[in-house]
Design a protein around this ligand. Structure first.
Ligand code: ADP
Length: 503
């Protein structure tokens, strides 16, 4: 029964491990898919923003190239805002005059950017206010220089639709502008549980070197719970199916073994029956023999006339009776159970475990707490294994029957194998009602039974089998406790241990 509980825990563990390993693989695969999608989308955002930056460069380059024909020839660049929503303002500065139309504090920065643009031969970054999402881009030209004021809030992060779950922002010199807040708001980038995906790359425009950052948190809600659950259920069902199949196979093996034992038992019982009949018939036959012999003597004394006939008949009767006795004696020799069996070395621990395992369903049904103990664990005896099994099963069967008479909470069965010098001693003790005092001296008599429907041959057979193996079987009531204890002694096999061998 302890084996069954251990097996159940083992199967449960196998199901849990299988479910966990499969769920982990599913989660890793889903995470891999999230990462691939995230990287594709982040690269698209980078490409789109870089294209916009390049566009700003191109606008300024075009303006610088197409210098106005003369002062006052209009300002066509002012129409740019209508074409590009992100262009908030376009300024121009001609000759040596200062930049006008901007706050005074921005003028030096614009002048510095213009100088940088002249030196680099391309647009240069002017004053940047990323908190408001705005910056100036300046291109020096001769005689007119231009400056664009760009509004980042008018730029979508991606032309193909933004990666809604991710947070997207631009960074430069400690300033930050958030283009998209992500599914969980900007707090999404904070340390919330679950894996996180990150992307960082500077825009591909030398004039506007903003760092693009994209970050996405894979929250619990986005894990593939349904698949993981389905896999776990599938693993549990598969493990249960394998366990049920193996259990069924063990049950079949157990049934086959019980059938075999039953067959052996029936054969042995038949032999015991024949032995009992022989025992029963031998006495009347002996009496017939004695009386016919007496009659013969009487006739010989008194009926002289009939003497020859009577003598002949009586001699014949005596001869027949002797023949019958001979036949019975032969029959008895024939059914001697131990005849022809070969003694072998039998390890008792394995034998007890196998016996309990075989009777496990029956013991479980009867609510019997059974245990087996072998000391030393490698204790072995010389015996006919089939006969020994037969004895142990008979004793267990008797104990289970006796235990039916006590409350199910009190049903205990203990099998103990111990070494006692040159003998191996096996005891089968139950917590049943014990053996009635008047039954004690007759336990091993053939046909003695106190059970309705009992044959009274089990213990008699066991005793014969034990004797056939050079052993001894005895039965008694448990000392100082309830129940019966049956003790089987058998010759110990192999080394008898220190000091034992001489006995
Ligand atoms: P049967 O089981 O057919 O009665 P057995 O030879 O096996 O024949 O048993 C003979 C008798 O011994 C039983 O009827 C019963 O009275 C007694 N007996 C055997 N085992 C036990 C036991 N464990 N506890 C009490 N009595 C027992």
């Amino acid at each position: 029964m302890r084996h069954a509980a251990i097996a159940r825990v083992g199967w449960l563990l196998a199901a849990v491990l299988l479910a966990a390993a499969g769920s982990l693989a599913i989660a890793l695969r889903a995470f891999g898919e999230h990462r691939a999608r995230f990287e594709t989308e982040a690269r698209i955002v980078h490409r789109v923003l870089s294209q916009h930056a390049a566009q700003h460069d191109a606008i300024l380059a075009t303006l610088a190239l197409l210098q106005p024909a003369s002062e006052g020839s209009g300002a066509p660049e002012q129409r740019l805002a209508a074409l590009y929503p992100q262009v908030l303002q376009v300024l121009r500065r001609s000759g040596t005059g200062p930049w006008s139309g901007v706050p005074a504090q921005d003028v030096p920065a614009l002048a510095a950017a213009e100088a940088a643009s002249r030196a680099a031969g391309r647009a240069a970054l002017g004053p940047v206010d990323l908190a408001a999402g705005r910056y100036w881009l300046v291109r020096s030209g001769d005689p007119t220089s231009y400056a664009l004021r760009i509004d980042l809030t008018a730029l979508p992060p991606s032309a193909e639709g933004p990666p809604g779950a991710a947070v997207v922002w631009l960074e430069r010199a400690g300033q930050r502008f958030t283009l998209q807040r992500g599914a969980g708001g900007e707090g999404d980038t904070a340390a919330s549980p679950g894996p996180r995906l990150d992307f960082a790359k500077t825009l591909a425009a030398q004039s506007q070197p903003f760092d693009l950052r994209v970050s996405e948190h894979i929250g619990w809600a986005r894990w593939p719970w349904a698949w993981m659950l389905a896999w776990s259920v599938l693993s549990a069902l598969s493990v249960a199916a394998v366990a049920a199949w193996l259990h069924q196979r063990a049950e079949q093996r157990r049934n086959r073994e019980l059938l075999r034992l039953g067959q052996v038992g029936r054969l042995n019982a038949l032999g015991e029956l024949a032995a009992g009949i022989a025992h029963e018939l031998n006495q009347p036959l002996t009496a017939v023999l004695a009386s016919t012999a007496a009659a013969q003597r009487l006739l010989a004394d008194e009926g002289r006339e009939a003497l020859p006939q009577a003598q002949g008949a009586m001699a014949q009767a005596a001869q027949q009776a002797r023949r019958a006795a001979d036949v019975l004696a032969r029959l008895r020799r024939l059914v001697e159970p131990a005849a022809g069996s070969t003694p072998q070395t039998v390890p008792l621990a394995a034998l007890l475990d196998a016996a309990l395992d075989l009777r496990q369903p029956e013991l479980e049904r009867a609510g019997v707490q059974a245990s087996a103990r072998c000391e030393p664990p490698d204790l072995r005896v010389t015996a006919d294994p089939v006969a020994l099994e037969q004895i142990v099963h008979n004793l267990i069967g008797n104990a289970v029957q006796a235990l039916q008479q006590v409350a199910s909470a009190d049903r205990r069965l203990e099998l103990v194998a111990e070494a006692a010098g040159a003998r191996g001693v096996l005891t089968v003790q139950d917590s049943g009602p014990g053996i009635a005092p008047e039954a004690l001296p007759r336990l091993f008599e053939p046909f003695f039974t106190t059970r309705d429907g009992g044959l009274g041959l089990g213990l008699s057979l066991c005793e014969t089998l034990a004797a056939g193996m050079g052993g001894r079987l005895s039965g008694a009531n448990a000392a100082g406790g309830r129940g019966a204890v049956f003790t089987l002694e058998l010759p110990r096999a192999g080394n008898e241990g220190p000091g034992d061998g001489a006995r």
